[in-house]
Design a protein around this ligand. Structure first.
Ligand code: CA2
Length: 143
């Protein structure tokens, strides 16, 4: 089983700013945690992050050519704006779990829309960084 974990804009800043919303775990800690969990579970995993919408689209396309079995995506702010990410996911037809660290449903009105949710087979919201592990395990169980 091969999984791609994709993080969008500003998530490279995890643990550095706004710890009251996103916690104190850094992006490197997150990648290490995911790597450890996947190694223990015999899952091949790659973690990628970009602050650029087109790069994220390219990474989703590449997942198709790399024969990735499942995608875990936190699109960051592109969650609320990007039809391009939704279309890329629809194009590659790879099972995808959407994850958000914060309880975005309880935040500003503009965070209530998620374009990616129109494709995602599961959504994990507000469970902190543990949500990434839950998302991976969901894919392992259902794909
Ligand atoms: O809760 C989430 O995971 C979000 O996807 C995070 C996005 C936000 O735009 C979404 O509404 C919800 C923002 C990511 C910003 O990450 C930062 C991390 C640390 C410091 C500053 C920003």
């Amino acid at each position: 089983m091969k999984i791609l974990v994709l993080n969008g804009p500003n998530l490279n800043m995890l643990g550095i700013r706004e710890p009251e919303i996103y916690g104190r775990t850094t992006y490197k800690d997150l990648v290490d945690m995911i790597g450890k969990h996947c190694a223990e579970s015999g899952i091949e995993v790659e973690c990628k992050q970009s602050n650029h919408e087109g790069d994220l689209v390219d990474m989703i396309h590449q997942a198709y050519f790399d024969k990735v079995d499942g995608i875990v995506i936190n699109p960051g702010a592109y969650t609320h704006t990007s039809v391009a990410l939704l279309d890329a996911l629809k194009a590659v037809q790879i099972p995808t779990v959407e994850i958000h660290i914060s309880r975005m449903n309880e935040r500003e009105a503009f965070r209530q829309i998620s374009y990616v949710s129109y494709y995602a087979c599961e959504r994990i919201i507000g469970k902190g960084i543990d949500g990434y592990i839950e998302a991976i395990d969901y894919l392992v169980k259902h794909v």
